[in-house]
Write a protein that binds this ligand. Structure first.
Ligand code: NAD
Length: 461
């Protein structure tokens, strides 16, 4: 079979950075065999030694920070300051896993009765060889949520970075190997969908996927027949409700950042805003004023806030959402079209007079575009927020904590926010409901998830 070329393209310019070759089925099978052979020794290594490799990996991330940030910006188009923020966030996650893993995975005695001479215990066994198929939008975050606790738990990891974040994936592999993780225990699989599908055809023990609902459904179908553990972290259409009692300018500033940070390409980006009718017009004015200040431009420039889209194909999705919304009566307050320059550029776009007949209020946009809808009261807001196939995050802005709690309790989402948005904490489990996924990462539950519990029933003679 001929090799599949994998050109790495700078989305800000359209220029090819480097031409690589994707791993085909043969290479993937060899990667799998190497990982299978290497896993038992890694699984038998004391956990403190495995954690020590992650401590060294952390040192590498800090030492190579500038190069890592530049590579990320070059291949994904993330504004350079935001690339550095991602690396800072990575270090905070590593700190969490380093601090919590040994305690979380220790052997536990859950029952003991000397009269019966009985002891009941739980140990956490590694799953074995797992596949980590990842997305490009926060490659350090979404990757490390999986491969760090998976390695610490004693698994071998076949890591397929997104084809749009391949160079970052190679940096990750270099740093882990330099930190002492054996090359056959953390194995990068380079390529796109075909390499991912080849990985799923190997007799792996689990698959941990981050990406779109459409691909997630294929991954789940492939894994279903094999009875292996499947975790899916998928897309979102994350809503926010702004109540009538807020400081309008503060709320607008916070939500514009939540919608446009990372050029709107975060799984938990604010994708829909519902505003109480009493403050709707004032909020929209403040929001538009905020977005107008954002600097769009070269992602390598320190002053840039909005860069290109990572993938050219998303331009058509955004164009279609704007056209559909306009046809159905929406007003374009800002932007509304691609920017004519080399690379994948779309102007920051704000729409009002939107409703749920429009794709922009129902389907994931994953770009710098937002719809703002007026609602009559809290009940109407809740009904609209839950009217989606997704359920990743949802937020409410209000001064009143009891009102916030009442509303948040009724929202169908894995994470809920009061007076904040677009936020992930290493200490809290990260999960979605409905089409946003199955399973979780982060928190101590996100360490246990890479193990299977073994139940020990011990009766002394
Ligand atoms: P994608 O689904 O296009 O690709 C994800 C990964 O799947 C890539 O590595 C890709 O090469 C691989 N792949 C494609 N086809 C495959 C197949 N048939 N078999 C196996 N692997 C295959 O998604 P993307 O564009 O990389 O990421 C954007 C999506 O990810 C958005 O929907 C976003 O919301 C979601 N996301 C979710 C989270 C979360 O935590 N829930 C985090 C980041 C991104």
């Amino acid at each position: 079979m001929p090799a599949t070329p994998l050109p790495i393209v700078n989305p800000a310019t359209g220029a090819v950075v480097v031409r690589l070759v994707a791993d085909g089925p043969r290479e993937v099978a060899l990667h799998y065999l190497a990982a299978r052979r290497a896993q038992p020794a890694w699984g038998a290594t004391p956990i403190r030694k495995r954690i020590a490799t992650i401590e060294k990996f952390r040192e590498q991330v800090i030492a190579r920070g500038d190069t890592l940030a530049q590579t990320l910006t070059q291949e994904v188009g993330k504004p350079i300051r935001q690339s550095r923020n991602e690396l800072k966030g990575l270090v905070a996650r590593l700190d969490f896993f380093i601090a919590e893993s040994a305690r979380t995975l220790r052997e536990e005695r859950v029952f003991s009765d000397p009269a019966q001479k009985l002891d009941e215990r739980i140990t956490h066994e590694p799953l074995g060889v797992i596949a980590n198929i990842s997305a490009w939008n926060y490659p350090y975050f979404v990757g490390s949520n999986v491969f760090v606790p998976a390695l610490v738990a004693g698994n071998a990891v076949l890591y397929k970075p997104s084809e749009y974040a391949t160079l970052t994936g190679r940096h990750i592999a270099d740093m882990l190997h330099a930190a002492g993780v054996p090359e056959d225990v953390f194995v990068p699989v380079i390529g796109g969908g075909a390499s991912g599908a080849a990985l799923l055809s190997q007799p792996i023990d689990g698959v941990f996927f981050t990406g779109s609902y459409a691909t997630g459904a294929k991954v789940a179908a492939a894994a279903g027949k094999r009875m292996i553990k499947v975790q899916l972290e998928l897309g979102g259409k994350d809503p926010v409700y702004v109540c009538d009692d807020v400081d309008v300018r503060n709320a607008a500033a916070g939500l514009a950042d939540g919608a446009f940070y990372n050029t709107g390409q975060s799984c938990c980006s604010v994708e829909r805003i519902y505003v109480h009718e009493a403050i709707h017009d004032a909020f929209v004015d403040a929001f538009v004023a905020e977005v107008k200040q954002y600097r769009v431009g070269d992602p390598m420039d320190e002053a840039t806030y909005i860069g290109p889209l990572a993938r050219a194909a998303q331009l058509d999705v955004l164009r279609a959402q704007v056209a559909d919304a306009k046809r159905k009566g929406a007003k374009v307050l800002l932007g509304g079209a691609a920017i004519k320059r080399k690379g994948n550029w779309f102007a920051p776009t704000v729409l009002c007079d939107v409703d749920h007949s429009m794709s922009v209020m129902r389907d994931e946009s994953f770009g710098p575009i937002i719809g703002i809808q007026s609602v009559a009261d809290d009940n109407a807001a809740i009904a609209q927020m839950n009217d989606t196939d997704y359920g990743l995050t949802a937020a409410v802005y209000t001064r009143e904590s009891s009102r916030a709690r009442r509303i948040l309790a009724r929202l169908q989402a894995g994470s809920v926010y009061w007076n904040c948005c677009d936020r992930v904490s290493p200490r809290l489990p990260w999960s979605g409901v409905k089409h946003s996924g199955i399973g979780l990462t982060l928190g101590t539950m996100g360490i246990e998830t890479f193990t299977r519990p073994k139940a020990w029933h011990l009766r002394s003679a």
